[in-house]
Each structure stands twice: as structure tokens, then as C-alpha cells.
Design a protein around this ligand. Sequence first.
Ligand SMILES: Nc1ncnc2c1ncn2[C@@H]1O[C@H](COP(=O)(O)OP(=O)(O)O)[C@@H](O)[C@H]1O
Ligand SMILES: [Mg+2]
Length: 408
Amino acid sequence: MTSPRRIHPNRYKGNPHGDRSRRHSSFDNNHAGLSLGSRDVIVAGQWVVLGRIGEGSFGEIFEVRDINTHRHYAIKRERRKENGGSQLKHENVMYDVLAGGDGIPQCHWYGHFDGFTCIVMDLLGPSLGQLAQSVSCMELDIATDLVSQMVSIVEHIHSRGVILRDVKPENFVFGAHLPPLYNDNDGVKPTCKQVFQDYWCTNDPKLYAIDFGLTCYWRDPHTGVAYSDTKKHIRDKTGTARYASIQVHRGNLPSRRDDLESIGYILLDLVLGGRLPWAGVHAKNSKAGWDKVWRVKVDTPLSELCAGLPQAVVDFIAYTRSLRFMDQPDYDRLRGFLHAAAAGPDHYNQPDQIVTSPPPLSNETDDDHYELFAMDDMKHHLPTVPETPKKVGWNTHKRLDMTDWTND
Ligand SMILES: Nc1ncnc2c1ncn2[C@@H]1O[C@H](COP(=O)(O)OP(=O)(O)O)[C@@H](O)[C@H]1O
Ligand SMILES: [Mg+2]
């Protein structure tokens, strides 16, 4: 077993035992002390900006300190738009709708500052995406445990009438007490178990969901009646192609089933060490990228996709794919698959009612919009000026120009 000190020689300094009482900051900043300097940025007279800790395709995240309590929080900001539209405003509403659930951070303040719309929320730690990047492999029992937590968090979100629509490892984060992770490309990466035991000093770190910017209601929040499938074809895809469900690739309206299918792809991604067959697909633009990923997803039989993995993993994904638009997912059953996958084949009786073959690209019974999509595709494939293929993220978020909150 590789010694963690050899893997992250500097990361362990001052924290050889993963001291959980210490809050770990993932930025280098000499303003982390308690005194206020004249150049400190203080949001709304209360939150001292300490440094930037993250960014997604849409927002930037800073660590802040409450000047009264000295507690640390995270602030997410979005530049204010002239038309008044705001994803963070929507996110703030969703924090209220989802409040109180296990794995849902608390929102402490929402407002405007310095040309930005801001949310102050609980400070959290490294993301599942960062963990996946910094380990050589993730053991099946760890992956199934983390994914089981995700199923429970998503169950809570669905129970409040909401779907996430952007389920990906970067949108699930661990607690703030866990030390930051470093993706040391030159060194030997530790296994996930090594990180947990030797660096984080925990066997079961808790996950939290963040980023509710793309959430929407699957049922009417006033009447509680589920929205039915409008059969509207969606051309501009929402979410992240790598984890998108096949129905979302088709341009169908997302519902609860699609969040769960995405969780299935995360499970695979974690245990395959990022080697999903559609990972690393190159395309000249987002539309072409989404289409290529879609093709690989439907062309790869589940048995091949999950080769060498327990049957319960196949069944997890097959079950999520078998759900219809309005179906109430059986979250216990999904957790059961995960439990069985970790327990081994001796503890598993395969359910026989799940079809394990992937849905075909066409001739799908509940997809009478395939024709329309095919026509859109043809329009899209009219000759264009050749471009150099590039690797693109295929997020639908638009990255905004953002100025810095300089504080040094
Ligand atoms: N409350 C938080 N505490 C610590 N880190 C966070 C927090 N919220 C977000 N982050 C980090 O910032 C990244 C981007 O945040 P996110 O809300 O997903 O932004 P976006 O909407 O742009 O995708 C996350 O992947 C995570 O690493
Ligand atoms: Mg995000």
C-alpha cells in the first residue's frame, strides 16, 4: 500500500491525523485572520471575503467570514443582468423549498452587492468530482455508499416537488471539515480508501447537494398535481452530457427518472475511474458533442458498459431507464441494488422484471418525437465551415464575465 505521505507530502503538514476540529481553507490568502484591512471586501456589511474557493459554469464561490460571529460561510455570486433575470434568485427560492432535508445546505442571506446577486450558504468542502479526480480508483463499496447517499438526497428533493436536472459529481460536496484535495498528476494517486482512512480519517463522509440553478418543478407547487409530459421537443439540452439520461438526449422533458439515471452514470463513472465509453468524446460544438455522447450511450449494451461489475449495478441502471415519465421511482429498490452490489453476488437475487438491454435509438414506444429530433439533426448537419474539433464541457450554462473581488 502506498504511504499517503508519499502521495501528498505537503498536504499532511500540520494535520497528520486529519484534525477534524480545524476548518480547512482551499485557497491561499493572508486575510484569513480576524483583523479587517482597509482593502477587505465586506459584503452587505457582514461577510468578509476571504478568497475564492470554486467556480462552476455559471457562478463563482468565495469563502467569507461573518464579522459578528467569526463563522465561515460560502458566498455564490452572479453578475446582475439588465433584464433582471437571475439564476441565483431561483436558487434562493429552491433553498427555501428544499430546506430541512438531510444533505441540503442552509442558505443564510440573499441580496445584491457590488453589481452581483449573492447567496450566502453553509461552507462545505471538496466535491465528489474533486475526489474522483484525485484518486487512482474508487472501491465499489465506497462508490455504492456515496451513490446511496445521493439517491436519498434526490429522494428528498423529489419529495418537495423538484427535480435537479444537473446531477453530476461537481454538484455534490463533502463537509467543510474535510481537508481539500489536490489532483497531483505527477505523483502516484492514492486509492479512495486511502484518502478516507489516512487523510480524511473517516469511513463514511457525508455528502451534500449544491447548485439548484437548473432545478424545476415536476409537479405543480400549488395543487401538487404532477405535470404531464408535454411531448415538447427540447432542442437546447439542460445539464451535462456525460451524465444525461437517454430521454434527455432525445430532447424529452426531464422528470424524476432522469435524475436517477444520471446517478447511475455517476456510479459507473466512479467505479470505472472516469473511463465511461463516452468520456473524452471530441466534437466541434456542444450540439455535436451531445449527439455523439448520446450515440455511444445507446449503442453500448449495459452488459458491456458494466462488464466485470455486479449484476446489481446493471439492474440499477436498467431500472432507472425503465421508468416512465410520470412514474414514482422506488428509491428503496435503488438503494437495495447498491447494497447488493457492495455485498457481493451471493447476497443477490436478480429481479426478473427489468429489461437490461438499452433502449434503441429509434422505434421507442414512448418516443413519438424521434422523427422531429431526426429532422432537427439533419438541419444541424448541413455542411458548415470545418472547425478544429475541441473537447467541450457541454454544459448548457453560459459562463459570464466576472470581475474579481480583490482582497490582497
Ligand atoms: N457551499 C459551498 N462550499 C464550498 N464549496 C462550494 C460551495 N458551493 C459550491 N462550491 C464549489 O464551487 C463549485 C461550483 O459551485 P456551483 O454552485 O456548482 O456553481 P455553478 O452553478 O456555476 O455550477 C462546486 O463544484 C464546489 O466545488
Ligand atoms: Mg455546479
